[in-house]
Design a protein around this ligand. Structure first.
Ligand SMILES: Cc1ncc(COP(=O)(O)O)c(C=O)c1O
Length: 274
């Protein structure tokens, strides 16, 4: 079956002689445009639609976004470049992106009951990297700059900046081992995080397959990392975040949570309890 026939059959099957609704019109119109430029790509999108409608996706990092989300992402905003924060960009022409980013942050704040929301990273790996750098900046770089009576890194001498860089690169991370369910971005040797940090890992107990918090406490006291990373890709049990926070506080460690796989569950719970 060629692409055009595939597209038509989709259209006909879905419409069942009914007039197209705006969702169907959006989808088919976008396929028409894509098909005119690349039949290969439109054919793959159609096949992907077939796959997604006939198989259950069990990959935790995959998603079911709304058509509105897909349309909001796939438009002329793709062409925009907006470095910085809303109202604090490095150049002009970002007013519309500012409005969108501010709206996204405010929706995220409302959804999670958070005082602040940062919505720019668009993947878990980016988000982890941004969080690492934010913690390193606040906990390591800022105090050294304060000692130097300087807030602006661009005004620091080459020698002093070398000191900042050395200190930033000399920090420890304690995270769940990849083979116990942790993620590549949590310090696995093939990921940039292993170059950024001196990485130590905790594992699950080989008999119970659970994280042993007593053992974690011992390790925390031995390693004294800058960051204790909680969160996982494959650990089908609840984490005791309150206890982990308590353990981290004992040694002045920052507790960072990578909640890539469970924000929806947490939200569902919050909304259920509300
Ligand atoms: C715990 C965890 N963090 C981060 C990521 C990376 O997310 P992304 O693929 O969106 O960069 C994953 C991916 O599955 C993950 O499992």
């Amino acid at each position: 079956m060629n692409v055009t026939t595939l597209q038509q059959s989709f259209l006909l099957n879905n419409l069942n002689a009914n007039p197209p609704n705006s969702a169907a019109a959006t989808f088919y119109a976008s396929l028409d445009q894509i098909h005119a430029v690349s039949p290969t790509i439109s054919a793959s999108i159609i096949k992907e639609l077939q796959d997604q409608r006939s198989n259950l996706k069990m990959i935790a990092s995959e998603n079911y976004s709304s058509l509105a989300t897909q349309a909001a992402i796939g438009n002329l905003l793709t062409d925009k470049y907006a470095e910085g924060y809303p109202q604090h960009r490095f150049y002009a022409g970002c007013d519309n992106v500012d409005a969108i980013e501010a709206e996204a942050a405010s929706l995220a704040q409302e959804l999670f009951g958070a005082d602040y929301a940062y919505v720019q990273p668009h993947s878990g790996a980016d988000a982890n990297l941004v969080t690492f750098l934010a913690i390193l900046s606040a906990q390591v770089q800022k105090p050294i700059l304060a000692e130097l009576n300087q807030e602006d890194p661009s005004k620091v001498s080459r020698e002093d900046w070398s000191r900042v860089r050395a200190a930033v690169h000399n920090q420890r991370l304690l995270s769940l081992d990849y083979y116990s369910g942790g993620h590549l971005t949590h310090g696995y040797r093939h990921n940039i995080s292993s170059q950024l940090f001196d990485v130590y890992t905790y594992t699950v107990d080989p008999i119970t397959n659970l994280i042993d918090l007593d053992q974690l406490r011992t390790q925390l006291h031995e390693v004294r990392p800058l960051i204790l990373l909680a969160g996982y890709s494959a650990y089908p049990h609840k984490l005791n975040f309150a206890k982990m926070r308590e353990l981290a506080d004992e040694v002045g460690t920052i507790l960072m949570v990578d909640m890539a796989h469970f924000p929806e569950l947490d939200l569902a719970l919050v909304q259920h309890l509300a």
